[in-house]
Design a protein around this ligand. Structure first.
Ligand code: FAD
Length: 452
């Protein structure tokens, strides 16, 4: 067993997962988190007795393509709750409703009558390929261009991209990134009772069992170097911590502030990368027994034109704590621009009222069922997770510049690695996959083949 030590900056999903893998491989692991609770964008908060999620809401492929990865982090045995097979999502585009089912057969049955069997089968063929670990060459192809070439009716690309709050759609989104997410959801959609906390608690207890530790309220201010190699960190309290390797689960542009001698070209490259937009969430505590629980996510597009510009609205129903048929709480998520400096409180109030109004046009009884409303904005994210601009899904991926927008865990500083949603793909699967790749730099590449 190795006795090497690692300090991980940030107890987000990526930091905790790296910590777990390394601790199980015999490394001494210390995770330092600036916030008061671990979890980053997976943290939760309680209002009116209900536990609300901040980032994490649902995921695809839990018992399919991502199962080996979740097993490796002991997350497969959580009480996952499967969404309706006939519709993981209801997607409203202007006045029409489309249901995105799970299962290749159901998907073909739903969409072939609308768009013809040939383009639907070609699309499903691509998803199958990606699911089998192939299709990496599609990283330089635009997902929107591919879908538009498969079917001349713009409705095809709009409907397939209609669950747009799952990832940041844009005309340059690589087909590979799009297909990975779509492929997972075609295998089924899943929520987790207790939300992000259930998952983070599991990671914390596994990490503790493996001998690692997580210390909150520890903001890392500098990464210490010896002979040009990372050898520790200094925190805001002035304390120095020494180790053999440092992993940063933070936005890559943040490295510039932590490593004053960071190479200028790398620093400028990180600073030039574009972030995905932030999300505004209206968290709603519902009156008791007023609104039926719907076991699917609802995506709403009043205008079809914004779908591939990354716009959209999603209504998430929390799984009822009593397992019953009445909803207790919902979140309405929508992408939004940077909040205004002046009139922030009024802006939040107006935007949440507009979201409730719009969602109520598609969900009967929602407005009348509202008891209490809470909001979170990109500014909330920036404050709690130090994510620049409160970006929801990290750096924008660009099919015309994949070599620039997909990042390696390696940095120009030996002994300093990156992890987290900004490197390749966001979300539970994306961050977990990246954690594996980051750790393979310390544990050897064989770990990837062993686990996947
Ligand atoms: C509104 C929203 C909805 C989402 N919905 C879903 C969903 O339904 N399903 C899904 O799978 N994913 C979803 N995501 C994405 C998912 O939450 C993220 O991809 C994931 O949580 C990112 O994890 P991370 O470890 O990369 O980063 P983070 O969670 O940002 O963690 C980074 C951590 O580092 C800490 N940190 C930063 N700087 C320092 C420092 N100097 N010193 C110490 N600590 C530091 C931060 O405080 C933070 O805790 C959503 C995200 C958002 C914002």
């Amino acid at each position: 067993m190795s006795e090497r030590s690692v300090i991980i900056v940030g107890a987000g999903l990526g930091g905790l997962e790296c910590g777990l893998l390394l601790a199980r491989s015999g490394w001494q692991v210390t995770v330092l988190e600036q916030g008061l609770q671990p979890g980053g964008a997976f943290q939760t908060f309680v209002r009116g007795g209900h536990r609300f999620d901040t980032g994490f809401h649902y995921a695809g492929g839990i018992d399919g393509v991502w199962a080996p990865l979740l097993r490796c982090f002991s997350l497969d045995s959580l009480p996952w709750h499967r969404l309706d097979e006939e519709a993981v999502e209801d997607i409203y585009i202007e006045d029409r409703k489309y249901c995105h089912p799970s299962g290749y057969g159901r998907f073909a049955d739903a969409f072939s009558p609308l768009f013809g069997a040939a383009p639907v089968q070609a699309y499903l063929g691509l998803l199958r390929q990606v699911g089998e670990g192939k299709g990496h060459d599609t990283v330089g192809v635009s997902a929107l261009d591919y879908l538009s070439a498969l079917h001349p009716d713009p409705a095809f690309a709009r409907v397939l991209g209609g669950a747009s709050l799952r990832q940041a759609l844009s005309p340059r989104l690589p087909l590979y990134s799009f297909a990975r997410v779509q492929q997972a959801f075609i295998q089924g959609g899943w929520k987790l009772p207790g939300g992000g906390k259930t998952l983070i608690d599991r990671l914390l207890s596994s990490l503790e069992k493996a001998g690692g530790r997580v210390l909150c309220g520890q903001s890392v201010q500098e990464i210490l170097l010896r002979d040009g190699k990372a050898c520790g960190v200094r925190t805001a309290t002035g304390e120095s911590w020494f180790c053999d390797a440092v992993i940063a689960d933070i936005h890559p542009s943040g490295l510039a502030g932590l490593v004053p001698s960071l190479r200028k070209s790398y620093r400028e490259r990180m600073a030039s990368l574009q972030n995905t937009r932030g999300v505004f969430t209206t968290h709603i505590l519902l009156k008791k027994n007023c609104l039926p629980y719907v076991n699917r996510s609802i995506h709403i597009h009043r205008s079809a034109a914004g779908i591939w510009q990354g716009e959209g609205m999603m209504v998430h129903y929390y799984v009822p704590s009593d397992g019953g048929s009445r909803a207790e709480a919902v979140d309405i998520l929508t992408t939004c621009p940077a909040p205004p400096e002046d009139g922030y409180a009024a802006w939040k109030e107006q935007l949440s009222a507009a979201c409730i109004e719009q969602a109520s046009q598609y969900i009967t009884g929602l407005k009348e069922a509202v008891d209490q409303v809470f909001t979170s904005t990109p500014r909330t994210w920036e404050r709690y997770t130090a994510t620049p601009g409160g970006s929801a899904f990290g750096l924008v991926k660009d099919c015309t510049a994949p070599h620039l927008t997909f990042l390696s865990p390696k940095t120009p500083v030996p002994g300093l690695l990156l992890t987290g949603q900004n490197l390749a793909l966001h979300g539970l699967p994306g961050v977990s996959m990246t954690a594996l790749y980051t750790c393979s730099e310390l544990l050897g590449k064989q770990i990837i083949t062993d686990i996947l």
